[in-house]
Design a protein around this ligand. Sequence first.
Ligand SMILES: [Zn+2]
Length: 431
Amino acid sequence: MNTLRIENGLLLTMVPGSAPIPDGVVVAKDGEITYAGAPDGAPDESAEQIIDASGALVLPGLVNAHTHLAMTLFRGYADDMPLRRWLEEKIWPAEMKLTEEDVYWGSLLGVCEMLRAGVTCFNDMYHLPQAATKAAIEGGIRACPSGVLLGFLPNAQELLETAIDFVRELQRQAHPRIHPMIAPHAPYTCPDGLMDKVRAAAHQLDVPIHIHIAETAQEVEDSYNEYGESPVQHLNNLGLFDNHVLAAHCVHVDEQDIQILADKQVGIAHCPGSNMKLASGFAPVPRLAAAGAIVGLGTDGCASNNNLDLREEALLAAIIHKGYTGDPTVLRAETVLAIATRGSAQALGLQDLIGTLEVGKRADIIVVDMTKSHMQPLHNPISQLIYAAHSHDVKATIVEGEMVMRDGQLLRVDEQEVIARACECTKRLLG
Ligand SMILES: [Zn+2]
């Protein structure tokens, strides 16, 4: 049995209503948390691996609710362009040349970056998803992989069949860190007939659907012109939300849309960095949260962010909504940390496994150093984490009870090799 014990840190379980626990103890056995709480009451037993978290915060790993991981290969390749031109002239032509090898090394590069930044789970939508899945399994991170269904491609039907086979194969393998989904790209790229097949397949396979919704004002305008209703209303009328759905963006949603998203408990991946960089707008997160919608946090792909640092995304969420609402009390540090952990977990439908440190959940845990000059003095640890920390303050990342990053060193992969191989792939793809 693999046993792990973390002690002496300031423990944030992220269980709603819980206070930070000084000198907290977390114990995990074979990847499952068996104790998380005060030192009095902790089991008096040793473990194979003991982490002394003195001077550090101990909290659930951050959960990246939306990305296109292998787009690390296009980081910085085509910046500061309008979305449509960016996709049509730069990204889609380059993606036509992708091989499994490219996606594997690009994904592994992203895995290295996320584990260093305290991200223990990511939700991926990208081509050749078997390669990203391999990278996630080898790198030691938790993943929700899926391919991308684009209805305008001549082989759309074949892609759907491949996506169904991909889910079936992963369900057969039942890897404890891999949770497949099925991913129609967006309502404007997938016609109703295909969406209906996706809905039926997701229901039959019992997996969530991962999709982009209402990212731009243009998308909403086009939807009204074509269907006489918003993208959210249209997908709701198609019955898509009768499955669990993870909807990235939801930037341009009206009151009726917000009510639908809340009533149907659609998980929303808020991606503030990408939305601002592509000038898409501000998702109405304070109103979504007030309506009872499930809100998580995502980075989106590295071509529109340009990193996978979810703590930075939490900072952006905390400050931009204050900026445009004129209200400095919206999305407090505590709220955005909850969004980046248990909010994202719930948005992915993984709330029974991850998102908080509680007995029975999987041991996805990070340890964040609070002793450096930019983190002192320490009045409020959560404020410090959101407003002052850097991603390299994460000193240990644990997934499924296994330490996969310690003191900046990745323990499962050769990071220098990954960087070199990913750069070779980029060179070949982009010339
Ligand atoms: Zn996206």
